[in-house]
Design a protein around this ligand. Structure first.
Ligand code: PRP
Ligand code: URA
Length: 183
């Protein structure tokens, strides 16, 4: 099944501003950066987490640690109820116990990836709290998960797909709504 571009909903400036705002909101909500840690969900959550850390360094002068969770979705169809996120690898080189962790991902959809991420984090220790930051919330949750920080809420139909492009992975910066083409 093919996908065709329906609309470009964010450009490079829009992505930069959203990430900058999220960085400020994280510091404001947590009353500073003490005990803060960012966890990027591979793949595109990782560069977003690194950019948030870079913003925080610029305005707070503190380096917030960034860890990585590698989670892959196994599915035939994005709209299927059955896709299963599987945690492959964790690269979290700081203790999570007692930390305020912010999970970072590009798109929040059913919430199943976040659930798998939470399971993996809880296996590593006992964080003080876990929050969630996403660049795009497209709705259609299948479990009770909500984001604390959202770059842009994008109402979608289940037939649509959000594609986030980031320079580190894709060579360009944009967010697109794609539409499934009928066969
Ligand atoms: O809320 P959910 O239904 O779990 O969907 C959200 C997840 O789906 C995407 O990952 P994808 O497997 O498409 O890989 P990508 O990060 O390489 O785009 C996205 O990056 C999120 O991690
Ligand atoms: O539309 C979607 C849904 C899940 N993950 C994506 O990257 N896009």
């Amino acid at each position: 099944m093919g996908l065709k571009t329906k609309a470009k909903i964010m450009d490079e400036d829009g992505i930069r501003r959203a990430i900058r705002r999220i960085a400020h909101e994280i510091v404001e909500k947590n009353n500073g950066v003490e005990n803060l840690g960012l966890i990027g969900i591979r793949r595109r959550g990782v560069p977003i987490a690194r950019r948030i850390a870079e913003e925080i360094k610029q305005f707070e002068g503190v380096e917030v640690p960034v860890g990585i969770l590698d989670i892959t979705l196994y599915r035939d169809d994005l709209s299927s109820l059955s896709h299963q996120p599987v945690v492959h690898q964790t690269e979290i080189n700081f203790p999570v116990t007692g930390k305020k962790l912010v999970l970072v991902d590009d798109v929040l959809y059913t919430g199943r990836t976040v659930r798998a991420a939470l399971d993996a984090l809880m296996d590593l220790g006992r964080p003080m709290l876990v929050q969630l930051a996403v660049l795009i919330d497209r709705g259609h949750r299948e479990i009770p998960v909500r984001a604390d920080y959202v770059g842009k809420n994008v109402p979608t139909s289940k037939k649509e797909v959000i594609h986030v492009h980031l320079a580190e992975i894709d060579g360009d910066e944009a967010v697109y709504i794609m539409e499934k083409e009928d066969e």
